[in-house]
Each structure stands twice: as C-alpha cells, then as structure tokens.
Design a protein around this ligand. Structure first.
Ligand code: ZN
Ligand code: ZN
Length: 214
C-alpha cells in the first residue's frame, strides 16, 4: 500500500496537543495507524510536546515534591499494553475499536443514489461518518463551510486530477468545491469528518446561519 495524500503538519500538531474535536481525532488516529510517514512525523511533535511539559514540571516542582510524585507513580500497578490480535478487516484498529467491530457492525442508512452513510457518535464540535459510495458513482457537487477530512478505507475515488486509494486522506476547506467520484471496480468506503455547519438549500436559514453559527 502506497499512501500519497497525507495529514498536514497543523493537523498533526493539533492532534499531538489534544486540540482536535473528537471526530477529527478519529480520522487522524486511523490514518496514522495506516501510515508510517505520518506516524514518525507525529512522533517528532509528541517529543517536542513532551520536552515542554518536562521543562514546566522541573520549574514548578521542588525536589521533595518531585520525589513524592515519583514514589506515587512507582506504587501504581503497571498498565498492561498487550492487545489481542485482531483479524485484518477494512477498519484499522482505532476505527474498529470506535465502532465495536468491522464492516458487519455498521448500521448504514441510504441517502440516495445508492450512497449510504453511518453517522458515528462523537462530540458536538465536529461530526464523523462512514460513507459507502458504489463503484462509478459521483458524490453530489458541494462546497465546504469548514474543514472536511476524508480517509479512504476501501476502493478509491478521484477528485479533480488526483486519485485517492486506501489510506489516502483528502483535506478540503472553504476554498474547495468538488465532486468526488468512486472509481470503477470496487465500491468505495470512506471515513469523513467535518466541522462545517449544515448547508441549507433555502435562503432564509442560509442567511441566518452566520448569525447563529448553526
Ligand atoms: Zn500519512
Ligand atoms: Zn467535500
């Protein structure tokens, strides 16, 4: 598997700092679990963050306080890190854990044109969903009011001149209007997260949206 479309530094940094909404966290964690390159970039950001925390601790803790803290840590039972091996499915571990299973655990809802979605339960700041797009089908043309992350889990889609395969991530923002098309051969399954408000068709709610931030 060759991944060509990666996470941005800003997203990796925000993830390392724990500043992303839950829905984006899920997409980032799932991509990182598939992508050696982003995992090592994330490791670098984690190291920088860890060094900063250490520095702050050294300044704020006297020696006695530090010793007391360390002895408390020593007294804690060791966390077990062994995880049962799972058979390789379509969903990488972070997503499978979230859903509580692989493809068979997903409760799809039809949204027209053969496209199905399953909204995942996340915090209110952003939403995450699985999308099932039959091979050769186009997703309706749309724009974005915020950021949209789309991670391919099965099949592939084309957008403008780029091709997105399993593991690839597309980052879309307000600048982009697009019509992704699932490529022939295999139905496409994606994990998508967006922090954009809903797009209304009628004029009045659309005018009210910026005022009420809905
Ligand atoms: Zn990557
Ligand atoms: Zn989009």
């Amino acid at each position: 598997m060759t991944i060509r479309h990666h996470l941005s530094d800003q997203l990796l940094m925000a993830y390392a700092a724990g500043q992303l909404p839950e829905a984006f966290n899920l997409v980032v964690a799932t991509h990182v679990s598939l992508c050696d390159e982003c995992r090592s970039r994330l490791g670098a950001f984690d190291a920088v963050g860890g060094a900063l925390i250490e520095e702050i601790d050294e300044i704020s803790m006297g020696e006695a306080a530090l010793e007391a803290a360390l002895s408390r840590i020593d007294g804690l039972p060791q966390a077990t890190r062994a995880e049962p091996l799972k058979p390789a499915g379509i969903f990488p571990a972070p997503l499978a854990d979230y859903i509580g299973g692989d493809l068979s655990a997903v409760r799809w809802r039809r949204i027209g044109g053969g496209v199905k979605q399953a909204i995942l339960p996340t915090g209110p700041d952003a939403s995450a969903r699985l999308l099932y797009i039959p091979a050769g089908t186009a997703v309706p043309d749309h724009g974005h009011r915020g950021m949209e992350l789309t991670l391919v889990l099965q099949g592939a889609f084309a957008d403008d001149n780029a091709r997105f395969n399993r593991g690839d991530i597309e980052i879309a923002d307000e600048e982009l209007e697009h019509t992704p098309v699932a490529l022939a051969g295999q139905d496409c399954i994606c994990l998508a997260a967006t922090d954009a408000p809903l797009r209304f068709r009628s004029v009045l709610p659309r005018l009210a949206q910026p005022l009420f931030r809905i």
